[in-house]
Design a protein around this ligand. Structure first.
Ligand code: NAD
Length: 361
């Protein structure tokens, strides 16, 4: 019996999370779901979109399955997702991008694992708003220390990349590669331009690579990598990247394998792990039983692997692959055209995956 924090989220979250929960239960493994509500809807009750008891629940259970949560743009609260990652120091963002037969794609073979640093870089939220006293002060200090011109009317976001943060994410990527029979790790950077941040990341990556002689190591500049991923994705295996590049490149990789409906993810730290799809809450599809549950179900597969339930993980993954290959009981995004009348809903696709599990996939 595993006690798991279950966060349905909002928008399409509750539908895709319910589908994943039913699929995971169909494996016969027993789960006790500790259901936790977060986001805009709980603000009237708790005064915050992310009450402390939710973080405590994840800390206690050590594992969570989570749906997407809407972050209002330009007003209101900061991202609940970022808050959870920060509170639990979930420093490794794992985003595998695997092409399953039956998905329409320009490629024959894609099986890339993106390992994104999740706590540092331009995403850490160290920012100074244009026109404020703090921002003017930062600009003065930068001019004085660097001798570089910075315009008075600039806004400032700080990019900090540490030896500690780089070492633990690169080590995590190599350990992942070793555990999962992967052959190569590629470190991604723009060290030719940003010598003191990306340059540091690359230097640390090279050092860590020495400790793993059984795994190949190479590095790529992020713009060159973007082109190569589009031209020859089959040449890549595990990618390790600082936060910003990791975010962008993982969406690019999701595009190579059929889109956000398929792309799973996990945020993993030393104390806890939160499994969630790469996609957001797609508010316009909320409650319509239309969205693809695969990304959340495959996040559940990552969770099973994390729990050491390898046979169940393989079973669910084979069932998902079989339903996608058959192409009958799939949501609109996996059909030849988006208005295909034979597309099924979220629930029906999950039902088909459950049937495949029961048949032993
Ligand atoms: P989104 O991923 O919600 O949607 C973008 C488009 O992708 C959708 O319009 C839809 O066409 C497609 N899509 C997404 N999920 C799909 C699925 N399961 N099946 C089929 N198609 C799917 O991105 P967005 O519109 O930029 O963001 C909406 C909200 O989600 C925002 O508030 C954003 O902050 C939030 N968000 C949350 C998370 C998270 O909780 N981890 C991640 C990303 C975005």
């Amino acid at each position: 019996m595993y006690r798991i924090t279950l966060i349905p989220g909002d928008g399409i979250g509750p539908e895709v999370v319910d589908a994943a929960r039913r699929v995971l239960e169909a494996t016969g493994i027993k789960f006790e779901w500790d259901v936790q509500e977060v986001g805009e809807a709980v603000i009237p009750k708790y005064g915050t979109p992310i009450p402390d008891h939710v973080i405590d629940s994840i800390r206690r259970n050590k594992v969570a399955l989570k749906g997407p949560i809407t972050t209002p743009v330009g007003y209101g609260f900061r991202s609940v997702n970022v808050a959870i990652r920060k509170a639990l120091d979930l420093y490794a963002n794992l985003r595998p991008a695997k092409l399953y037969p039956g998905v329409r794609s320009r490629y024959d073979h894609v099986d890339i694992v993106v390992v994104r640093e999740n706590t540092e870089d331009l995403y850490a939220g160290v920012e100074f708003e244009q026109g404020t006293e703090e921002c003017k002060k930062v600009i003065r200090v930068i001019r004085e220390l660097s001798g570089q011109p910075v315009r008075d009317d600039s806004g400032i976001s700080i990019k900090a990349i540490s030896v500690t943060g780089s070492r633990r994410i690169v080590k995590w990527a190599f350990e992942y590669a070793r555990r999962n029979g992967r052959k190569k790790v590629t470190a991604v950077h723009k060290a030719n331009i940003m010598k003191f941040t990306d340059g540091l990341f690359l230097r640390v990556a090279r050092e860590v690579a020495q400790e793993y002689p059984d795994i190949q190591f190479e590095d790529r500049i992020v713009d060159n990598l973007s082109m190569q991923l589009v031209q020859r994705p089959e040449e890549y295996d595990v990618l390790v990247l600082p936060n910003l590049y990791g975010d962008i490149i993982s969406d690019l990789c999701a595009g190579l394998i059929g889109g956000l409906g398929i792309a799973p993810g996990a945020n993993i730290g030393d104390e806890a792990a939160v499994f969630e799809p790469v996609h957001g809450s797609a508010p316009k599809y909320a409650g319509l039983n239309k969205s693809n549950p695969t990304a959340t179900i495959l996040s559940g597969v990552l969770m099973l692997r994390h729990l050491g339930e390898t046979a169940a993980a393989d079973l669910v993954e084979r069932a998902v692959a079989e339903v996608i290959r058959e192409g009958k009981y799939v949501t609109y995004d996996l059909k030849p055209t988006r208005d295909d009348p034979t597309a099924v809903g979220t629930r029906e696709m999950a039902d088909a995956i459950i049937r495949a599990i029961q048949e032993g996939a």
